[in-house]
Design a protein around this ligand. Structure first.
Ligand code: AMP
Ligand code: GLY
Length: 422
């Protein structure tokens, strides 16, 4: 069959590698892709926001399955547009993608259906938010309602910081209309775990767990980023936690969406905090995580195409979703200065060292070709160096070893990804 992937980051490269493992796939396309994806798929420079152009391209190529990677097009309704054109799409429709598109929606859903999460209030008026903060306990968390590249969350240690945050989000509109409404919520402490799950509208099958490292610098210092590296599985995600989440969080969420007339088909990313009072939902995403996909999909045993088609057709309960009993670690090589300002356009060397190795992966995020065909840096997160091994410790050692195989000007990485597992 012919498959088209929409997106061009490390997550989409990981999805592409996984799709390539399926014997059922004869041709693979990706829009817009990147320099790494171009090695295993035919790429076409169409932006993920150009829904009609993507639809035209997919119809023209006779695509049998479209897989949508990023949040923006999903929340914007790409699945509805492509479906109307007769295409089969893996990814939630607009009505369901609101689970990620509006934090106020997802918090209200959790409250209505008793899904454990932090206590919160929603505000669409800055004066009222400021008044609430006069007496609210600190630390406290502010969240822009809409999409903000994973950066619309402010953890405020003092009331002054929180008030400045309200101004930033609601009055200065740092994240544009995403801050028209904000959620102010209780600060939770505990260990964070990400669990991605396949969903067919009724049935939910979780993938193996992962742990992200969101801050830019070692020891979880510096600014929040899209993710600087991660590992899978998380040793802190015990059987007891899994049992609780399956019952009170995963199935409850899928049932709640159905009850609301927003049947969810695709991947739900559950961002969880393992608090003293049990697991609670930090956030939902309506897609694979980036870089969670890099460590989770490299460990997936089942054919990803079989599973995705089962989600679309509502047959997930009859379909196996299996993972190898191994571990994976991903270390992001970024451009120094990310997530603020950074330079790009530098030549990347050493990429060939990953060829022919099936336990080392170099997933491309921000890369492209220059006019001479060299691979150059083209973003904040450049590469996701990933390794698998029988143990987390082994995978960590291999991933860090492989970070030295490639080089580019202003290469930056955290040195403590997965340190907690040593
Ligand atoms: P989110 O985009 O909602 O996952 O938030 C980004 C990050 O902010 C999370 O991964 C947590 O590290 C942190 N965070 C979000 N909400 C809370 C909360 N209620 N308490 C503590 N930390 C939080
Ligand atoms: N790594 C976090 C995310 O994909 O949102």
């Amino acid at each position: 069959m012919k498959v088209l992937i929409v997106g061009g980051g490390g997550r989409e490269h990981a999805i592409a590698v996984s799709v390539r493992k399926s014997k059922r796939v004869s041709e693979l396309y990706c829009v817009p892709g990147n320099a790494g994806i171009a090695k295993i798929a035919k790429t076409e420079p169409i932006k993920v926001s150009e829904f009609d152009k993507i639809a035209d391209f997919a119809v023209e190529k006779g695509i049998d399955l479209v897989i949508v990677g990023p949040d923006d097009p999903l929340v914007g309704g790409i699945t509805d547009v492509l479906t109307k054109r007769g295409l089969r799409v893996f990814g939630p429709n607009k009505a369901a993608a609101i689970l990620e598109g509006s934090k106020a929606f997802s918090k209200d859903l959790m409250k209505k259906y008793n899904i454990p999460t932090a206590a919160y209030e929603t505000f669409d008026n800055a004066d009222e938010a400021l008044k609430y903060l006069e007496t609210a306990p600190v630390p406290i968390v502010l969240k822009a309602d809409g999409l903000a590249l994973g950066k619309g969350v402010l953890i405020c240690n003092t009331r002054e910081e929180a008030k400045a945050g309200v101004k930033e989000l609601m009055l200065d509109k740092k994240f544009g209309s995403a801050g028209n409404k904000i959620v102010i919520e209780e600060f939770m402490t505990g260990r964070e775990v990400s669990v991605l799950a396949f969903v067919d509208g009724k049935t939910v099958k979780p993938m193996s767990s992962a742990q992200d490292h969101k801050r830019a610098k070692d020891n979880d210092e510096g600014l929040n980023t899209g993710g600087m590296g991660n590992f899978s599985p998380s040793p802190f995600y015990t059987e007891e936690v899994d049992k609780f989440c399956k019952e009170h969080i995963y199935q409850a969420t899928v049932d709640a969406m159905r009850a609301e007339g927003r049947e969810f088909k695709g991947v739900i990313f559950f961002g969880l905090m393992l608090t003293e009072k049990g697991p609670k939902v930090l956030e939902y995403n309506a897609r694979f995580g980036d870089p969670e996909a890099q460590v989770v999909l490299t460990r997936m045993k089942s054919d990803i195409i079989d599973v995705m088609e089962a989600c679309i057709d509502g047959r997930l309960s009859e379909t196996d979703v299996e993972f190898y009993d191994n571990a994976a670690v991903c270390v992001i090589l970024a451009s120094d200065g990310y997530p603020l300002s950074y330079e790009k356009g530098f030549k990347i060397t050493g990429l060939e060292k990953f060829e022919g190795k099936d336990d080392y992966y170099c997933f491309h995020a921000g890369t492209c070709f220059d006019s001479d065909g060299n691979v150059i840096t083209n973003g904040g997160r450049v590469l996701g160096i990933t390794a698998t091994d029988a143990t987390l410790k082994g995978a960590r050692a291999k991933a860090y070893e492989a970070t030295s195989w490639v080089d580019f000007k202003n290469k930056y990485m955290r040195t403590d990804i997965g340190k907690a597992i040593e």
